[in-house]
Design a protein around this ligand. Structure first.
Ligand code: MRU
Length: 378
């Protein structure tokens, strides 16, 4: 998508293939800076410290990290089985950086399976490089298709409202292009509606504690010229009670094959408010975000707990410099659960690259029949 009018993706291989380039998302919206990562360790650091974040972006960055890992194995003179074992260990290090978004493990596994098919170290590096590119391209393409399917929903709402006034979409956190390789999941239908000439306005939850809504979603919508308004996290219910939200679209970091949705903390409360007010609550995701092994999201999805400083402090710009200030008295106990699970019964539908389906096993299976064997196994 556009940054100051120039098209960007969130992760790419620098021309010579020596390094992986990313956008340091911790600096946004106050500074736009790209960073080069040269090793698996640097990629792990970038994911753990949330220089890159969001399910699809984490997955694609990890896929590129596996390419750097393959280069390291080759440089160490490893061959065949020892190469694959060392690469698996580096894959484990990548997977340990953040637990909730399933795209990370999915990308690592996909790389390991591809690399194991060839013998020589040089060939393995070539395969890993090609696979990193494939995963990134696929993520972008799937998000684009999510946009096409979600557009039909937005168009339906627009026409039902009389075809004149803007469609008001509420979103939580950042499931925009910054959270993927391009287009985003929750934002793809919004961008598609904008391109189709349908007026859209987005209510952007600020999304404490890290404020991905205020800092990232608002910035990227602004860059694309989409009308939007930032609200604090407690406002959504009030807006819905007063008919100011036509639909909610969020992303997800992991969705079970039964339709339970893990997403940024606070999503569950929005889903409850949406149900109470008869507002459709949609979740947009590429198939890489489905967990085909977990049936019960509440029991099975690991919820990341992060450091208390994210709650106890808040960052912002003062005199052109980003500073951090304390929100609570020194020593105040805080807790920082990064995600919650919205049960499938509260989700109106899932918007995927293959279409929109009900958030239940039968609905998901109807779009992804080839996943049936793994569903049956669990
Ligand atoms: O902690 P983050 O920023 O990696 O969390 C991810 C998110 O931004 C959201 O949960 C998002 O809605 C889903 S990821 C596409």
């Amino acid at each position: 998508m556009l940054v100051h009018g120039q098209p960007y993706r969130t992760v790419w291989l620098e021309a010579g293939g020596e390094s992986v380039e990313i956008i340091d998302q911790t600096l946004l919206p106050f500074a736009f800076k790209t960073v080069r990562l040269h090793s698996t360790a640097e990629v792990c650091h970038a994911i753990r410290e949330m220089w890159v974040r969001g399910a699809g972006c984490i997955g694609a960055t990890a896929a590129h990290g596996m390419y750097l890992a393959a280069r390291e194995c080759e440089r160490d003179g490893l061959r065949g089985g020892s190469f694959d074992r060392a690469l698996r260990e580096k894959g484990r290090e990548l997977c340990a950086t953040r637990p909730t978004a399933v795209n990370l493990a999915w990308a690592v596994e996909r790389q390991l399976a591809a690399v194991a098919l060839v013998d020589s170290g040089v060939d393995k590096v070539t395969v890993a490089r090609e696979m990193a590119r494939e995963i990134a391209d696929e993520d972008a393409d799937f998000c684009r298709r999510i946009g096409e399917h979600g557009l039909d929903l937005i168009r339906g709402v627009f026409e039902a409202k009389g075809g004149k006034s803007p469609v008001n979409v509420l979103t939580h956190c950042n499931a925009g292009w910054l959270a993927f390789v391009d287009h985003g999941s929750a934002t793809a239908p919004i961008y598609a509606a904008q391109a189709a000439g349908i007026p859209v306005h987005v209510w952007v939850d600020e999304t404490r504690p890290r404020n991905q809504g205020a800092r990232l979603t608002a910035w990227e919508l602004g860059q694309q010229g989409v009308p939007h308004t930032v609200i604090v996290d407690n406002v959504g219910g009030h807006l819905m009670q007063h008919g100011k939200v036509d639909l909610v679209i969020t992303g997800t970091d992991r969705t079970t094959y039964t339709g339970d949705v893990a997403n940024k903390i606070g999503t569950y409360l929005k889903a409850l408010a949406a149900q109470d007010n008869g507002v459709p609550f949609y979740v947009a995701l590429p198939s890489s975000t489905f967990d085909w092994e977990i049936a019960d999201g509440l029991a099975g999805i690991p919820i990341e707990e992060r450091g208390g400083d994210e709650v106890a402090k808040i960052a912002g710009l003062a005199n052109d410099t980003e500073i951090e200030v304390n929100l609570v008295a020194k020593g105040t106990p805080v807790a920082n659960f990064a995600f919650d699970v919205t049960p499938a019964r509260l989700v109106t539908g899932l918007i995927t690259e293959r279409g929109v389906c009900p958030a239940n096993e039968a609905g998901i299976r109807s779009l992804f029949p080839e996943k049936a064997p793994s569903i049956a196994r669990v």
